[in-house]
Design a protein around this ligand. Sequence first.
Ligand code: HSE
Length: 325
Amino acid sequence: MNNRKVIVKIPASTANLGPGFDTLGMALSLYSWIEMSVSERTEIQLFGDQMKGLPRDKSNLIYKVAQLVFKEAGVSVPELLISMYSDIPLTRGLGSSASAIVGALVAANALIGSPLTDDKLFQIATALEGHPDNVGASLFGGIVVSAWDGERADYVRIEPHHKLETLVAIPAFQLSTEKARHALPAQISMADAVFNVGRSSLLVAALASGELGIIRHAMKDRLHQPYRAALIPGMTTILERAHQFGALGAALSGAGPTLIAFVDADCPDKKALERFLLDTLKMEGIEAETLWLSPCAEGPEITVEQRSEQTSGSLLDRIKGDVKA
Ligand code: HSE
């Protein structure tokens, strides 16, 4: 363990997919990397714009989550060398905190010889995040359908359809999950509950069977998006009209503010859809960045090396060529 160095590459995720609030998630081809090894003194190196302002001492989330793994496994590893780089924007609805939690769990577990099962890591990650949708997607890859009762999370993974692509529009402003959850009512009507059970079930069946044409009707939601609309000007127009520009369906990504359109890889005019998203947000005075992302079918990619091999320099040198920028 003392000579071991672990590098993990963790996918971002989109949660809810419209109607599946706190239940559905899909991993996306945008990544974070965490390198972890045992050290004599804890040192935390954070690279990239997304990491600005995050703590570099033992209050860092990665360090704290790693310690949970060691405690659960009954080993003591108080001092760690941790490096992290992320292309996943913070507090935009693309699962940055879930990817950090999953990355820390997976890296720490691999560092001590993987005594904890993936299911155990999923349980810990869900309890830390407070819902299973993003962490499930980042941990297992693909589309993950999950349910959590506060004690145990169960899940089924669905292989993403080979023609499924996504376009995300990431507004230039941040929106905390806490604020976006605060906008939700404590109670909803039976009619709205039935509406969402129907749409969410339809969506899971469509994604599992490859009936992509039904997605447009299945991505509708009455549990959270209508209440969050005021926080994301332009969202309602995008959700209502994205199909006119070739999208299979559209949703708020997680708690927002990112909007996500599901698109058939054969869509004839992807540029028009991209323009529609950007123009709609711009009309509300919102600058945004668009990215075409594929579903990521795999969970974290784990590399374990002997540190003495001196195989590479810093984490950044190591992942150069793989990062977005
Ligand atoms: N299901 C969560 C929500 C995802 O919509 O609040 C964001 O963390």
